[in-house]
Design a protein around this ligand. Sequence first.
Ligand code: ZN
Ligand code: ZN
Length: 595
Amino acid sequence: MNKIHVMDEILANKIAAGEVIEKCSSVVKELVENSIDAKSNKIIVDLVNAGIKEIKVTDNGVGMAKEDAEICFLRHATSKIKNDNDLYFINTLGFRGEALPSIAAVSNIELKTCEKDIGTKIEVSAGKIIKSESCEARKGTIFKVNDLFFNTPARLKYLKSESSELANISNLMEKFALSYPNISFVLTNNQKRILFTSGSGNLLNTIYEIYNKEISSNMIKIAGENDDYEIYGYICKPEILRSNKNFMHTIINGRIIKNLEINKMIDDAYYTYKPEGKFPIVVININTDPTLIDVNIHPTKQDIKFSKINSLKELLITLIKKALYQNLLIPKMENKKIFDVNNQHFENKENHEEFNSVEIKQQNILPTDINLVKENQEEFNFSKNQNFEEVKEHTHNETIKKLELYPVGLCLGTYIVAQNDDGIFLIDQHAAQERINYEKYKKSLKSKVKGKINLLIPITIELSPSEFLRIKENINILEDMGFEVSDFGINTIAIKSHPIWLKSGYEEESIRKIIDIIQIKNQDFSSEAFNEKVSKTLACKMSIKANTNLTIEEMESLLTELVTCDNPYNCPHGRPTIITFTKYELEKMFKRVMD
Ligand code: ZN
Ligand code: ZN
């Protein structure tokens, strides 16, 4: 009887393995989470052939007694959940308890662990314990998984190429390291070191160790809380954006998650600070009462559901916007060779599908300047008594408003060259005008500026029959904006008055544009989105027209207006308006100073 039961158990585990263990990184994830739960502060992951041949996880945490070590290969034998109720208060990572038996069912395992000076060594093959004996005592646990999926050829086939498996594991380890700056992580493949973090406890330092100085020096700290959530982390300046979302790290209560809603919030917060399709590098820790989140919606525990999502949204977006607003974001032209190499490696390869630049990354492994930012060693520890900045509604960025730029001339018919004591600035004339106009239109539309200009001769606009019907249907939108409209013969409307913010000389063209936007209006019309679209379109249109040779005085007033914008750094499409060559960089390039 007992034997049959065990067979059932192994079969069940083999089936479960399909659910939980999809690739080598799933194994690494489970084992590393166990090491974290065991309070390790150093976790080493050694791979052979990207984990397909062997995955070895060595930690220095709390080990296991012999009985526990044996039991951990049984299904649902988790020590972490005692009853159903506990599911709502999960604070450890690998709570499901399914993972180890699942891994064991489809591989050969050697486990060495130790409790109170008694070492235990267990060997498991295809889910069966084949050896369990005492061994030398060493603090912590060594978990070796060999020949993953050797007994399930169908699944083995689904493992991707070595480079792809390695890319996934590397990405996972980056996330672990960013989630636990106080733990030192090492990742090697075929004895080559791929990732190293020192466990300094400093998140910015960890970002530096994982990526490089270019990235860590372009990060902005965010921190804040409300009644439901505490947020702490770093977001990047818009000059170092990426083409994929692999650099957006969100950690909820110490758990790495992938959540579309949160990614969307971050994306929204960067609105017009970046072009669409570009993504920021962020590391965001969110701490909350475990009862506000549901981590059980996905078997691999990577997604999460929030019960007070709006509260989180408000806090997160405010913090990011404030951080962007308060920092000087003019991109500096610097020698970016090293950065570009790294950049390439990630830029073109969605999801790290290829991973042939492992060697390139290694140059970042041994930081020469490990004390990069030591001021705030404890910053990662999210204690209640930590004094977070209040999130204030209106905080003005004085630095940019005080920025004085003296125009020198126009280059290539496009770029205004300006200077001050700090360096040379290039301003994209169209982008700058676009930004200024965009903010003007947006403010006018939002506050519904009431002033009207009555036209002696109405502007008549001829439309196609369908356009005409559509405008008649939506005449209230035009009226709301301050237009006075009437019929004027067949398929023609007459504008008798228009709002004052319409740029003079371009009235008819502007109205045409607005009508075009009304044409594409769909079911769920929101005036906010409509105003946004109108502001963007008109701003672009009007700025192209203004793209003539400006006088120095006109350039001056353009620059003065630009620096008073809410976001002077980007056009409404997220392209930069201004870049700088700092005096220091110039001196370096001309070898006036040596670095
Ligand atoms: Zn434009
Ligand atoms: Zn633009």
